[in-house]
Design a protein around this ligand. Structure first.
Ligand code: SAM
Length: 404
């Protein structure tokens, strides 16, 4: 299939940079010993992300081992999640850069900068001519120092960009009076940590208050880990913010400002993306005995803006895939959330498809957006029959160039 956009791959310069930091930290250790240290810490951090879910300023932003583990193992993952989300804002949702002057990006809970720096890299890869400023906020001073260092030591990856960091606890209600307005606000894998133990209402209020920092065309992009609870909470927050506040509109993952229907239904699925990625060699080496998932990035995503979403047909002719694509019972099928905010099963008979066409369809991914012309509602009104291969197009289907 021809993707709608080729995504810039995670730079090898950063893979090498993070590894060199580890080597410089432990010059007396050999490669295997460093890798083993990092492996142990990957397990601790994975357990923290997936099981204990307890975070404080010491969690992984204070110790060198934690930071170097995050950089060498987790950083490419959150980088890729923000790259693909930025691609959606940029190529499909109608985010527009200022006509002149700098593009101002704010990264909330930036850590060592995977999300913010991925956006600088993305904008420069797509030859956006404006200078770009990145403001990064986090309560971990050490993480912010890493961010500054990565930025200045790899300046060829993001020419004409400037970084400012600010150490701050984002739960502090005495948040400063900020006059600046931002074209992009990124909240990369940090909302769940900043909001741990908070009531939904408090999270909603936190996101609403960020609306005041957006420029008139600005977008807020939130990515979160892919576990079911976190993703459902994210969609509940996005729904509540866009219904209550009138300041923010819900742009993605779905259409026409509509909310995620999966939270309310007894669907087998919940809103999250599953994207095939390449994986840096170092990540693979660390992962060898651990066997964690490294060839896919799974994440929850929401996109909000003070401007109205681009209108899409309010029917099943546009949809976002929310399930794996399956080849069963003589059909190729998938579940999609459509332009009317409803969940449908889309099906196409395999007997009318050439094997190459089946191959193309099975490469569609969770998160791709499709247009489906001349689909027909079946006996079951939630089932859409697609009459031919040529009825389907994929206006948002970004891919990394992965050699198989
Ligand atoms: C999983 S990391 C994500 C880092 C980065 N955004 C990324 O995309 O990789 C979460 C970050 O949120 C920060 N954080 C959590 N709670 C915070 C708070 N209350 N105030 C400021 N930063 C916080 C942590 O220090 C950490 O850097």
């Amino acid at each position: 299939m021809k993707p709608s956009l080729s995504l810039p791959t995670y730079p090898t310069e950063l893979e090498d940079w993070w590894w060199n930091q580890a080597v410089q930290k432990w010059p007396e250790y050999g490669e295997e010993k460093i890798i083993n240290l990092i492996r142990k810490e990957v397990i601790t951090q994975s357990d923290r992300f997936n099981k204990t879910r307890s975070f404080d300023p010491q969690s992984y932003g204070a110790r060198d081992l934690s930071l170097l583990t995050y950089g060498n193992f987790f950083f490419p993952r959150t980088w890729n999640a923000m790259t693909v989300s930025m691609a959606e804002a940029f190529s499909y949702r109608g985010w527009s850069k200022p006509k002149k002057g700098p593009i101002r990006v704010l990264d909330i809970g930036s850590g060592s900068g995977a999300s913010g720096l991925s956006v600088l890299h993305f904008l420069k890869k797509f030859k956006v001519p404006n200078p770009v400023t990145l403001d990064a906020w986090d309560y971990s001073g050490k993480s912010l120092a890493f961010l500054k260092n990565i930025h200045s030591r790899n300046s060829q990856l993001w020419p004409q960009t400037k970084v400012t960091t600010q150490r701050t606890d984002l739960r502090d209600p005495r948040q400063k009076n900020i006059k600046e307005r931002f074209d992009l606000i990124l909240v990369g894998y940090s909302l769940n940590e900043i909001s741990q133990c908070s009531e939904l209402e408090e999270c909603v209020h936190r996101i609403e208050s960020l609306a005041d920092l957006l420029s008139p065309n600005g977008f807020m992009i939130i990515t979160e880990p892919a576990d079911k609870n976190t993703c459902m909470t994210l969609q509940s927050i996005a729904t509540a913010v866009s219904t209550n506040s009138k300041k923010l509109f819900n742009h993605a993952p779905y259409f026409n400002g509509l909310q995620c229907p999966l939270n309310e239904s007894d669907s087998h699925y919940y809103s999250h993306e599953v994207r095939k990625t390449g994986s840096p060699q170092r990540v693979e080496k660390i992962n060898q005995p651990l066997r964690l998932e490294t060839h896919q990035v799974k994440f929850g995503m929401a996109m909000l803006s003070t401007k109205q979403p681009r209108p899409q047909p309010k029917d099943f002719s546009v949809c976002r895939i929310v399930s794996p694509v399956s080849k069963k019972k003589g059909t190729v099928s998938f579940i999609g959330i459509a332009g009317d905010g409803l969940e449908y099963r889309y099906e196409i008979q395999r007997r009318i498809l050439h094997p190459d066409q089946i191959k193309i369809l099975t490469k569609l991914e969770r998160g791709d957006i499709l247009n489906v012309d001349s689909g027909e509602i079946g006996k079951d009104k939630n089932r859409i029959r697609i009459p031919s291969f040529t009825s389907i197009s994929w206006p948002f289907s970004p891919r990394w160039d992965i050699r198989e």
